[in-house]
Design a binder for this molecule. Sequence first.
Ligand code: SF4
Ligand code: SF4
Length: 165
Amino acid sequence: MNKPTSYFKKAYEFLERVTPLRTDCGRLCAGRCCKGDEETGMFLFPGEEELIEKTDGFRVLDCDGNFGYKMVVCSGECNRKTRPLACRIYPYFPMITEDGFDVRADIRGITSCPLLYENRKVSKSFLRQVRKVARLFSQNDELKQYILNVNAMLDDLEDFAERTV
Ligand code: SF4
Ligand code: SF4
């Protein structure tokens, strides 16, 4: 089986020309998801650390809550061509289910991302490309397991949110 790192060239290409909205969604919120700090970086997928570490402008840090994988902190500006996968798919996440591949909203962004809390209609081509990442990553055991783990966590967070409404 190929190393997880070898899947990212294709995954990045899938998300090169599509964004959740046809216009720049950063105008809705003054680019809130790019204003992280040492504790709110973007979580890296398995194998991605190797690529991101070599890229100028990024710092890779240990973190909690990412199944033993690291996170990346940036300056708030980046070359779009080198940004990590989490930035390309946010606030959505690939799904692998018994029935196939899908995309879901990432509830971790529900209080900060207007695409979610305003329930914005998202571009079908963007969702299709995130779904293609699910299909691609299902070919690698480590990437597949990571997606399954994050999905189980998102299920728990959604259940908890429903119970506390
Ligand atoms: S927080 Fe949401 S709406 Fe704002 S820039 Fe990020 S993805 Fe777009
Ligand atoms: S890497 Fe780029 S897209 Fe991702 S949070 Fe930083 S500035 Fe935003």
